[in-house]
Design a protein around this ligand. Structure first.
Ligand code: NAD
Length: 500
């Protein structure tokens, strides 16, 4: 593996921006200091918005396919730097290198999608009730887009928003998590490299501000930023949503999940176990789409638990940069403490806990590795209601599918969901209007690892926002309905007579 300094330098991070700043960045791998970067001040933030507004004024007039050219080149720059950026993702947020690479691949995929989209930002022609009239709907750039992102997808979430926002004709200001500023600075450096290759890109089209909730709040309250896309906890969204609404801005909220898989008696158990394993322990249980609950039919409950315990026994927890590691560290001590609290509560609720203990403490006293936990729960009327951002898998028994779907939906969150079944009726029911109430409802694949082509997001306390594919691009544009009268009469709609 390439060393830290080489990775920084390959990604265009200059030494001056990495030392002497007032925000210390530590690696969750071993707690070591990666860099000290500078927090953005309130005045600097103000200037950032000025630049973003000026860039928007220019960029909105550039034809969309030409805007797509910047994203096409950016996608290629990402291809060149996939390994370096993937490694920096691992170093800064602790996910395993394979997942770091996967995250950069997701960036490349959204670039490809956005390039195609840049030639397809289409509207509608609508039948007018008036003769000699034509009615159309067009989509126009909206203005600077503010992106607030979480630590666990430190680069992909920005790219989902930025690739779309930029081809839609907007500038972007990004406030990454204060836990992962380096990956953000690296992404900006790669975007600047792409911009230099393309030429004539307005300065300030894509910018990064570094800071915690305070700078996020400044962004959220800035009237000049019409769209705020905020990804993070429900607690954060509860503050951001009303603040943006109070100034009549638009928010795209991507918040917490509490995702479940129903395992039916007819399920292919081998596939179910593999999908649950990746969904529950991947990224050390720190994905918004992590599988947190299993609702297993009573006939397969015991065999599923046994198979999962066996699979959990073979998981290698450790340094995420090592090829054989499947589970890296938690982001920090607070995450480990929250995991322990949740396990204590689960025991109090009658759960039988396996795993969950701290690992590798001697080797990494300043890092927090945990054995992923399985909690066998008794039959309940309501499953766990909160998202603990750690690898805890609660397994509940069920008797009838209606009961399972009821338990599944009876949580405040609504992001991702799945059923493992080979019964076509059960599969169709689960994805129907009376099945899963989540934004993502899968059959025979797990809850995490969505593709870029579909709209991504969830309902209820997950916030209702959609990013990525399908028609998510409409969230980054304003809609104009235009009626053109090419006749010599002036008929009023609804047949109203208003003659002088
Ligand atoms: P977090 O809510 O602590 O922080 C997320 C971001 O919000 C950070 O950049 C933070 O500085 C900022 N922030 C916090 N308070 C703010 C405020 N009042 N105003 C403006 N900005 C504010 O979340 P986290 O711990 O970084 O990430 C984990 C959470 O994110 C989990 O709940 C996870 O489910 C969620 N998540 C959701 C998605 C999704 O697409 N639905 C994706 C990734 C993560």
């Amino acid at each position: 593996m390439t060393d830290k300094q080489t990775i920084f330098s390959n990604l265009g991070l200059d030494a001056a921006s990495l030392s002497g700043g007032n925000l210390a960045v530590h690696s969750p791998i071993d707690g070591s200091l990666l860099a000290e970067v500078s927090l953005t001040s309130a005045a600097q933030f103000n200037d950032t918005v000025d630049r973003a507004e000026a860039a928007f004024q220019q960029w909105r007039s550039v034809p969309a396919p030409k805007r797509g050219e910047l994203i096409r080149v950016f996608g290629n720059v990402l291809r060149e730097h996939k390994e370096d950026l993937g490694a920096l993702v691992s170093m800064e947020c602790g996910k395993i290198f394979q997942e770091g690479l996967g995250e950069v691949q997701e960036m490349i995929d959204i670039c490809d999608l956005a390039v195609g989209l840049s030639r397809q930002l289409f509207g509608l022609t609508i039948a007018s009730e008036r003769p000699g009239h034509r009615m159309t709907e067009s989509w126009h750039p909206i203005g600077p887009v503010g992106v607030i992102s979480a630590f666990n997808f430190p680069v992909a979430v920005w790219s989902w928003n930025t690739a779309l926002a930029v081809v839609c004709g907007n500038s972007v200001i990004w406030k990454p998590s204060e836990k992962t500023p380096l990956t953000a600075m690296a992404c900006l450096s790669l975007m600047n490299k792409a911009a230099a290759q393309v030429g004539d890109i307005p300065e300030g089209l894509c910018q990064v501000v570094i800071g915690a909730a305070d700078i996020g709040e400044q962004m959220v309250n800035d009237q000049r930023i019409p769209v705020i896309s905020a990804t993070g906890s429900t607690a954060m969204g509860r503050k951001v949503g009303p603040a943006v609404a109070a100034r009549f801005g638009r928010s795209i909220l991507e918040l917490g999940g509490n995702n479940a898989i129903i395992v039916a008696p007819s399920a292919d158990m081998d596939m179910a176990v593999r999908a649950i394993l990746f969904g529950a322990v991947g990224t050390a249980g720190q994905r918004c789409t992590t599988t947190r609950r299993i609702i297993a039919h009573q006939d397969v409950y015991d065999s599923l638990v046994a198979a999962l315990k066996q699979a959990y026994g073979a998981i290698r927890v450790g340094d995420p940069m090592q090829a054989e590691t499947l589970v890296g560290p938690l982001i920090d001590q607070a995450a480990f403490d929250a995991m322990q609290r949740a396990l204590t509560q689960a025991k109090q609720a009658g759960g039988k806990v396996s795993g969950g203990q701290r690992l590798l403490e001697d080797q990494y006293p300043d890092a927090f590795y945990a054995q992923p936990a399985i909690v066998e729960m008794p039959e309940v009327e309501q499953t766990v209601q909160t998202e603990t951002f750690a690898p805890i898998l609660y397994i509940y028994p069920y008797r009838e599918l209606d009961q399972a779907i009821g338990l599944h939906n009876d949580v405040p969150q609504g992001l991702s969901s799945a059923i493992f079944t080979t019964d076509m009726r059960e599969a169709e029911l689960f994805t129907s209007a009376v099945g899963s109430d989540c934004g993502i409802a899968n059959v025979n694949i797990g809850t995490s690892g969505a593709e870029i082509g579909g709209a991504f997001g969830g309902e209820k306390e997950t916030g209702g926002g959609r990013e990525s594919g399908s028609d998510a691009w409409k969230g980054y544009m304003r809609r104009a309905t235009s009626t053109v009268n090419y006749s010599t009469e002036l008929p009023l709609a609804q047949g109203i007579e208003f003659n002088i």
